[in-house]
Design a binder for this molecule. Sequence first.
Ligand SMILES: N[C@@H](CC=O)C(=O)O
Length: 309
Amino acid sequence: MKSGEHAIRGNWASLLLPIEADDAIEFRKLGVEIDILIDAKVDGIYSNGTAGEFHNQTEEEFDRIQLMLAERCQKAGMPFIIGACQPDPAIMLNRVRRAAVLQPAAIQVILPDWWPVTNEEAIDFLNRASDTANGIPLILYNPPHAKRVLSLPELGVVLANTPGVVGVKLADGGKDWYADARQHVHGVSLFVPGHHLATGVGEGVAAGSFSNVACLSPRGAQHWTELMQNDIGAALEIEQRICRFMDEHIVPFRQKFGYSNAALDKLLAAIGNWGPVGTRLRSPYRWIEQEEAEHLQTAAKTELPEIVI
Ligand SMILES: N[C@@H](CC=O)C(=O)O
């Protein structure tokens, strides 16, 4: 099984957790959020990336989130992917087993993440996860902040030995990175960061994105993704403005003040103001105040009118 045979591509919207003042997940709002994402007609919805705070929920909460996503998406015919990610491999495999029962389009996993795994250990883990997933394809989520970040040649070796992994979500780079990706990774879908998707599509390398641009606006990110098929030049011009917006208004919250990626993604959602998400993260992580989002709404609408719709 490899991704050539699978149709997982395009603009995947992150399920973000609405968190109450007492640190609880507000499940009623989560249901409303899922319905809004379905209504936005994104290519798919995925749970439990970093932005979905997979690293900070109990197993009971995990089950409840995934069930809610699966039930609503299945009813609406919306593709969904479950993130079974968890730093502890035993807990992650259990999440994979329970996720598979819900029949998602794929299951996202990370590599075990306290002691960095070797390539051989990564292969063993991914094959075990694949057996546990019982025929559901896997997407490997290997972001720059993972304990073990595979280089493209290493990724090529790992993927050649893990037939159940059909996609990889990773950070891209410049022209050389894309040349290396073409050389080393075959028959597997690559998912690049949302704000680089037009570049990845233009390079003929990216199948899609688990997208921070969809955090800002699921509907706008979907239109932009569709534009890439018809007018890549126009899509690349919008990408330049998205990157400038991120560099000027969003990334400084991480660089200057140390906020996490999840805090930045929730800030984007609050700027887009498309659903009941809010900026709050679960303890102990700090979040960016809602007022910051309100201050940035005018800039977002002015600088990215095609996205913030
Ligand atoms: N890396 C992110 C993508 C969304 O912004 C995640 O999945 O958490």
